[in-house]
Design a protein around this ligand. Structure first.
Ligand code: ZN
Length: 275
């Protein structure tokens, strides 16, 4: 058992993942005798010194000394914990793992559904920000560029604009999602028997977990109205105490320590400036 994932599930993922195919997604792999070789993903080199052994499913780099199995490769490459590496590879292999700790009994498929709703919401918000001709969306674009977050930043960070007026709810309904699932994903609320967008007239910051899924949002008003920031409440896919905005990026660059800052925009500005 690791991070709420059973040994059985870990073994299933291990059996379904071929180390040569996995590495081939990151770097060219060549067969030499019974082994396979590639340039090491963890240090700069021109001739391959990283050996993949398909019989043991282990890898070892003779250049930098790194090595291990499929899980340690993902842990090191993505900068994630062992359970998250198992989840990443489970997703890749389309294996559903039953988790009993992280989701407090919530099934993997339920969490996947809520993530799907968040993902679709993020695309919708992003399209609104980038393409919507309304004065509100234009104001959101102006607001961001006025804060130094123009150029490629909205694309890089998948930023968005929430127009409200049930536009998101209608969009998600059109994609086949159910109202109660939208509420559970915390992108909709039920008021007086009607389902409405939870976020409106806000610039939207998607929060991505360390396995790359969008699990929540922070929304900032464009004017002085309150609350200045509205954030997703805890959901089966999102725990405030476990997720940190942009940790999915920062975890990959830990050599020089971390810079922790308070606001979404501070984080983005620091990343954009190369920190
Ligand atoms: Zn190496």
């Amino acid at each position: 058992m690791a991070g709420g994932i059973s040994d059985e599930d870990i073994q299933k993922v291990r059996d379904a993942t071929d180390i040569v195919a996995l590495f081939s997604e990151y770097t060219p792999v060549k067969q030499r005798g019974r082994d396979y070789w590639c340039c090491c993903p963890f240090h700069q080199e021109k001739t391959p010194s990283c050996k993949l052994d398909p019989s043991t499913q282990l890898w070892h780099c003779f250049g930098c000394g790194e090595g291990g199995d499929i899980f340690s490769f993902v842990m090191k490459h993505d900068g994630v914990s062992f359970p998250d590496a198992v989840r990443t590879l489970a997703q890749r292999a389309h294996i559903e793992i039953s988790s009993n700790e992280r989701g407090r009994g919530v099934s993997q498929s339920k969490r996947a559904l809520l993530q799907e709703i968040c993902q679709e919401s993020a695309s919708f918000f992003h399209n609104q920000l980038m393409r919507d001709p309304s004065p509100q969306a234009a104001a959101a674009r102006e607001y961001l560029s006025g804060r130094g977050l123009g150029g490629s930043v909205p694309n890089d960070w998948n930023l968005g604009f929430a127009p409200g007026n049930q536009k998101l709810v209608n969009h998600l309904r059109g994609k086949g999602f159910q109202f109660n699932d939208m509420v559970e994903a915390n992108v909709a609320v039920s008021r007086n028997g009607r389902y409405q967008d939870r976020f409106y007239n806000r610039v939207m910051f998607p929060i991505i977990d360390t396995t790359g899924n969008i699990v929540a949002f922070g929304g900032r008003v464009l004017d002085d109205s309150k609350p200045k920031y509205l954030n997703s409440a805890d959901t089966p896919a999102f725990k405030k105490s476990r997720h940190l905005f942009a940790l999915n990026y920062a975890r990959k660059h830990t050599e020089n320590g971390f810079i922790l800052c308070e606001g979404y925009m501070d984080v983005i500005a620091l990343h954009a400036a190369g920190f």
